[in-house]
Design a protein around this ligand. Structure first.
Ligand code: 5GP
Length: 218
């Protein structure tokens, strides 16, 4: 049976808060692209921490990518929140700048936000496709000389062999940030919970078991 890790809204908030300083100082994004649906809440929380008094809010664009399929056991009473990875990434939504004047990807620092990096397939797809869009747009607008830099932020990175690959220069230059590295367990996020009190209870139970197992109890 897959281990589950229950994450509360408070923990999500604090993971964003802890990562914000590095993102602000080193990544300096001027646009966030949230991968839906798991990237939406972290991106929105992060935006509040990235707001400085001299700057406007960083715009958030959304893309929808789907790789996972609900695990079906044929018995609804025993089915949990876990999903299994499909083989291909499906685009369910892409960028829309139609309502935004003078806005495009070229020459920006762009932060891609998702909740979890599991096999890395989704992130690889997102970065590759966005890079292609940038190259095409730059070509069209005669702005090929401008550097566009992509960064990645996830709440959780699962420590496991990855199927997907991110650009070598992104990893080398530290343009990838995971707020927390976890084992190969299923992360249960609060926005997926149908009973948030039970979700929080399970998260608190796991926390107290963890501190009870530590030698000094904290
Ligand atoms: P990857 O392409 O890295 O295998 O998976 C990324 C996507 O799969 C995530 O955006 C998320 O939708 C889903 N996913 C993978 N692992 C988990 C998990 O542990 N918990 C949840 N809630 N979603 C997951």
């Amino acid at each position: 049976m897959v281990q589950r890790k229950y994450i509360t809204y408070n923990q999500v908030h604090k993971l964003c808060q802890e990562s914000a300083q590095k993102i602000l100082n080193e990544f300096k994004p001027s646009l966030m692209i949230a991968i839906g649906g798991g990237g939406y809440v972290p991106a929105r929380i992060l935006r509040s921490f990235l707001k400085t008094k001299d700057s406007a809010n960083i715009p958030i664009q959304a893309i929808g990518l789907s790789l996972y399929e609900k695990l079906s056991t044929g018995n609804s009473s025993s089915s949990g929140p876990e999903e299994k990875a499909g083989h291909t990434v499906t685009r369910t939504q892409w960028l829309d700048f139609s309502a935004v004047k003078n806005s495009d990807l070229v020459g920006r620092n762009i932060l891609i936000v998702d909740e979890v990096d599991d096999t890395r397939t989704t992130l690889q797809y997102a970065v590759q496709e966005l890079q292609k869009d940038v190259e095409m747009a730059a070509e069209k607008m005669g702005r090929k000389g401008e550097e566009t830099r992509f960064f990645v932020f996830v709440l959780h990175n699962k420590n496991k062999d990855k199927k997907g690959v991110l650009p070598e220069d992104m990893m080398r230059e530290g343009r990838y940030l995971a707020a927390e590295t976890v084992g190969d367990e299923w992360c249960c996020y609060p926005w997926e919970a149908t009973d948030i009190d039970e979700h929080d209870r399970l998260a608190a139970e796991a926390e107290s078991k963890k501190s009870a197992s530590k030698p000094n109890g904290n």
